[in-house]
Design a protein around this ligand. Sequence first.
Ligand SMILES: Cc1cc2nc3c(=O)[nH]c(=O)nc-3n(C[C@H](O)[C@H](O)[C@H](O)COP(=O)(O)OP(=O)(O)OC[C@H]3O[C@@H](n4cnc5c(N)ncnc54)[C@H](O)[C@@H]3O)c2cc1C
Length: 470
Amino acid sequence: MAGATEFSPMGALDIAGLWDGFRGELLRPQDPGYEDARKVWNGSIDRFPALIARCAGVADVIAAVKFARDNGLLVAVRGGGHSFPGLSVCDGGLVIDLSLMKGIRVDPEGRTVRAQAGVLLGELDRETQAFGLAVPSGIVTHTGLSGLTLGGGINWLMRKYGLTIDQLLSVDLITAEGELVKASEMENPELFWGIRGGGGNFGIVTEFEFRLNPVGPIVLAGPIFWPIEEAPKVLRFYREWIVKAPEELMTIVTSRKAPPLPFVPRELHGKLIVGVACCYAGAVEEGEKVVKPLKEFGSPVLDVCVPKPFLAHQAMFDPSFPHGRWYYIRACDVAQLTDEVIDITVGHALRINSPYSALTLWQRGGAVARVGEDETAFGGRSAGHTFNITGATEGSEGFEEERQWVRNFWSALEPHHTSVYVNFLMEEGEERIRQAYGARKYDRLKALKRRYDPDNLFRLNQNIRPDVTV
Ligand SMILES: Cc1cc2nc3c(=O)[nH]c(=O)nc-3n(C[C@H](O)[C@H](O)[C@H](O)COP(=O)(O)OP(=O)(O)OC[C@H]3O[C@@H](n4cnc5c(N)ncnc54)[C@H](O)[C@@H]3O)c2cc1C
């Protein structure tokens, strides 16, 4: 990083004023640290911002917002950097990077936690699990709490405790004018409605406050795998079995080539498999009874659904989705796993080519669906299942083929699409964003956008444009 006295203009841009008192780091292309700071999770995104403002606190965020406005800069806001289409980095503009803001304070008595905007899911779990508590968040520990929460947050505990936003109590937010506002059910309730699903459209959240719930610390959790040939039968059994399962149980169906991980027997490495990963958010003995029929179905090749620390389970998918690979993702919700949906799923799973590509198919329902569709901006609460189809490669080689596999799979499911989870969108255009919320809620979000960000300063997101017509 350049020293505070070395003010060199960035093109016509003079950052001297921004340096004044800035507690974090300001990185320009020539500064050490810039290369790492501009990288995001998806390795296929390669952008070069003019300036990265790594904020240390709220005052830095306010200064960066005002600086962007005064200089007419394109603004990207970065929490954990996990946006699938790389919306937290831009070419030529300013990245307001919150990743240094790591404060977490648990109140075990009051069962609440406050977390700053740069916190990652694993960091939050680490602090809350010290007290046997948790916020329902997401399934990969290096994902950012900020972006995940603002889109909704689907997770291992959601059938019992709901989406991440269903445990959100309040936020501190910096508006496009650089002003601090608070939002909760009591204060600015319309804004609070909008940020629960509406993403970063209305301002920069600097701090979240959540309710905590008891979880574990030991849970019955993990996957059971079958050879892909058994997938048609396994999925039909699964469809019937989950109907009777209690809300403590959350499952995710996966299909991919078995990775060479320590717990996977060598003879399975590289073979196509179908799995059902479980997490039982209740007593282990009860969970064992619930999961028994699944464990006994067909001829599983691997069963690692066992009692384990919740923290270990939360990290289970980490090795499957590391930083830096090239990723392309398409997603949709469906109402049911009909025979046709199952046949499409198995047909396309059989065509998986890359060792890194995968299907992740989330069970929904339970507490998520008990919250009314209009209570928060998040769309698609009554969905039965969420498909996340991920094509991934080490680099550019083979990426186009994986992209095509993802598109073909997604298109085949199109007649069954009901809704789409906004955080699982790529850059797919305004009509898809409207679909994520539904037309009525989308109009309500537009009205909120006109109120808080009429000039669309915060536009690198699943953008709710302030204009009246689509
Ligand atoms: C490996 C992986 C696993 C995932 N698992 C899950 C999962 O289990 N459940 C789930 O629901 N989703 C999951 N997702 C999707 C995830 O919710 C989104 O990618 C989310 O946007 C990531 O948030 P982030 O802060 O890391 O991303 P970023 O790229 O930093 O930000 C994403 C968007 O949010 C905006 N933003 C970020 N922070 C703020 C802030 N403080 N204020 C205002 N705007 C902000 C950014 O400008 C950008 O538009 C996963 C993604 C990945 C890559």
